[in-house]
Structures are given as structure tokens and as C-alpha cells.
Design a protein around this ligand. Structure first.
Ligand code: SF4
Length: 386
């Protein structure tokens, strides 16, 4: 479906700074969201299944070997470890679970192990399954689908005209080829990026229309959480009103996409997270992110419920059906973890949900790097002033 605003209107809205005008824009985005998705939500959670030591040079990322930053570091998880994290995500109320690995390609051995993890999650949980494994061929996309993956995440990160500032080793065209391969395999696409990498307002509009041309099922919106010792390590957070304004503009440019708030939302939006949901968000990344901590799941659920949205698992989420995998996906017997917990919550008296969230600060070994090679683009790594 076509965008609800033109490029010119988006550029004009991008210049708004008056809070009343931003509120009016948010109301427009909220109406567009409710019209298409009613009260449904699409909440996800992730596991960092392979972390650190990445050969690429993405300027926002502590996992890059060129970043002078501490990073969680571990080899590909065992399939059972991936399942353990999936179970925690399900118990926390997530609808879908993304299994993420660093870098732009997995070795054959790691990919096989990854597929085993996907099969376990498919068989033993009711979560929808997403993959984020860098560049993939059509053949690998088909293998992911066969193992039980339903959606593949691969960001464009930023506007094409700003892309070379963000990474010099990962090609933009490779990203587009991966997205095509994912579609060819009959999988859903999840494509978004990161705001506040230094792009201009016009480049944000450019990025939104580039995403509209890709037409992904889902769009993750990240806001830079500057990691000290990365290329963008000394950037300030976004002004929260500026951030919610851009979420609303993106929603009007991509009215049919499922928008989710991901990395940097807590730090950049602060008290305005609820307003950001009103600006057109369908869901959030619950729990923690790849290398940083997030909100408590209860706080996230409350935030959506206060706006009259339904965070329970549903047979579909309006525009994009989420078939329940109990109806036969891989013919697995699957536990009703979330329903049981929600029933327990409704009962009087204290309830210990016993949810162990993915916590990169305690579950991972942090490595200070012994030596950091110079960035291929020659840019320095930065730390916040003072
Ligand atoms: S964003 Fe991904 S590809 Fe880029 S440096 Fe980080 S882990 Fe590597």
C-alpha cells in the first residue's frame, strides 16, 4: 500500500519541533496504526546466539573487532542453550523469538548447529521464530524455513546515501540481495535500521522511503545507544520528542508494516516510550538486547495495556497471520507456558513467575580486547567527552 504522506510532506514534518504539533502528528499515526492493526501487538525477544569478534566494521557495534569496546564474546550456542533462552522469552510474554548471530555469514558447522536450535525452539515452544544471521543465499533461506523459521531480519541500517559512513565492509547491495533471497524462500522480511547515526533529517526521510520500496513485513526501529570505543561512541542520545516524531513519520510512510521498538529505546525515549507506542508501534523487543539491557517485561506489558492494546498471544495479528504452531508446525507437542503464567497472575496472592531473562551483563564473559586493528575506513573510535 502506498505511503500516507509524500516525500515533501515527510520532509516538512521532519522539521517540526513544537510539541503540540508533534502530538497532532502522533495522533494521526496512532489512527493509521489502529485502523490497520486494531488492538493487536507483536512482541519479540532475542538471543545473541553467537557474539563478539566480528570481522565487519559497523561503526555503532561493540561486537566489531575494530571497536575498542568491551563486548560479550562467545561461540555459537549449543541448540539446547538457544532453547533455554526461548523458553525464558516465552514465559516473559514474547510472541516471537529472534535467534541472532554476529557477522555476515555463518560457517557450515555453525549454520547446522543454528538450524538444530531452530528445530528445538519450533518443537518445544509456541513462539514464532525469526532469524538474524547476516547475508544469506536463497539456499540457506530455504533451509531456515524448513527448520521452522518464519521471518528473517536483515537491516539496511541507514539511508543509502549515508551508508558508507556506517560500514565500509558490509555492502548495501548484499543486504538487498539477502532480502530478495528471503522473499524467494517464502519467508517474511524484517528490515529496519538505526536512527541518530549522524544522518540528516532528509536522510531519515530517504531511509523511510527506501524501506517503503522494500516493503518489509516488519520494521525494527533502533536508536543509537552509543557504545564507548566505537566510531559513534561519543554521540549524544536523541531528543525524545525528536525520536517519537520520527517514529510517527515512519509509520505514515509505511502504514502496513509491523513496527517494533528495539535497541536504544530505554536510553533515548525515557519517559516517552508510551508516547512512542502511540506514534504507531506494534510491539517492542522485550527483555534485553544484543549487548545491553532493556525494560522489565511487566513494564512493557503495562505500557501497551494502558493504551488499550492486547498483549496476549493471538491467533493472528490483523494484517499478518501468526498461525499457532500447536496446530501442527513440525507436529510438536508444545507447552502452554504463557497462558499458564497469565492465569497464575490473575489468581490472588503473590506469584513468582520465575522468569530468567537473557542478561548479557551476567550471562556472558566480557572481553577487553588485547589489540584493536585500525578501522578500515580510517575513522577513530570515540568515547564520550568527560
Ligand atoms: S552489526 Fe553485525 S556485522 Fe556489523 S559489526 Fe556488529 S555483529 Fe558485525
Amino acid at each position: 500500500m502506498a505511503s500516507l504522506i509524500t516525500r515533501e510532506e515527510a520532509l516538512r514534518l521532519g522539521e517540526i519541533e513544537d510539541h503540540d504539533q508533534i502530538e497532532a502528528l502522533i495522533q494521526r499515526a496512532w489512527e493509521a496504526r489502529v485502523e490497520r492493526f486494531s488492538d493487536s501487538t507483536d512482541m519479540c525477544s532475542l538471543v545473541n546466539a553467537k557474539s563478539g569478534g566480528c570481522a565487519e566494521d559497523c561503526g555503532f557495534c561493540a561486537q566489531s573487532r575494530f571497536a575498542d569496546a568491551e563486548t560479550p564474546m562467545h561461540a555459537m550456542m549449543e541448540p539446547e542453550q538457544i532453547l533455554e533462552h526461548a523458553r525464558a522469552a516465552e514465559a516473559a510474554g514474547a510472541h516471537r523469538f529472534c535467534m541472532v548471530t554476529q557477522g555476515q555469514g555463518l560457517s557450515r558447522r555453525d549454520f547446522e548447529k543454528y538450524l538444530d536450535g531452530v528445530r528445538l525452539v519450533s518443537e518445544h515452544t509456541n513462539l514464532k521464530r525469526c532469524a538474524s544471521v547476516g547475508h544469506i543465499s536463497a539456499e540457506r533461506a530455504r533451509a531456515l524455513r524448513k527448520a521452522g523459521i518464519q521471518r528473517v531480519h536483515h537491516n539496511v541500517e541507514t539511508a543509502q546515501s549515508y551508508y558508507d559512513e556506517v560500514t565500509s565492509t558490509v555492502r548495501y547491495e548484499g543486504r538487498l540481495r539477502t532480502i530478495d533471497a528471503v522473499r524467494e524462500a517464502g519467508l517474511e522480511t524484517c528490515v529496519g535500521g538505526i536512527l541518530n547515526l549522524g544522518e540528516t533529517r532528509a536522510q531519515r526521510v530517504e531511509m523511510a522511503f527506501e524501506l517503503a520500496a522494500i516493503d518489509p513485513t516488519s520494521v525494527p526501529v533502533n536508536m543509537l545507544n552509543p557504545r564507548p570505543g566505537t566510531k559513534f561512541g561519543d554521540r549524544d542520545y536523541m531528543d525524545p520528542w525528536e525520536a517519537v516524531k520520527w517514529i510517527a513519520i515512519f509509520r505514515l510512510i509505511l502504514p502496513n508494516a509491523l513496527f517494533r521498538l528495539c535497541g536504544g529505546r530505554v536510553e533515548n525515549l525515557g519517559e516517552l516510550q508510551r508516547l512512542a507506542v502511540r506514534a504507531g508501534i506494534n510491539g517492542v523487543m522485550m527483555g534485553n538486547f544484543l549487548t545491553t539491557l532493556g525494560n522489565e517485561p511487566e513494564a512493557d506489558r503495562e505500557m501497551f495495556e494502558e493504551l488499550g492494546l492486547n498483549v496476549a498471544r493471538q491467533p493472528d495479528n490483523a494484517a499478518n497471520p501468526r498461525p499457532d504452531n500447536r496446530s501442527g508446525w513440525l507436529e510438536g507437542e508444545t507447552p502452554d507456558v504463557v497462558e499458564d503464567l497469565l492465569e497464575a497472575e490473575a489468581a490472588p496472592g503473590p506469584v513468582d513467575l520465575g522468569v530468567r531473562l537473557w542478561d548479557p551483563s551476567t550471562q556472558l564473559r566480557y572481553h577487553a580486547k588485547r589489540s584493536v586493528p585500525p578501522r578500515p575506513d580510517g575513522a577513530p573510535n570515540r568515547v564520550p567527552v568527560g
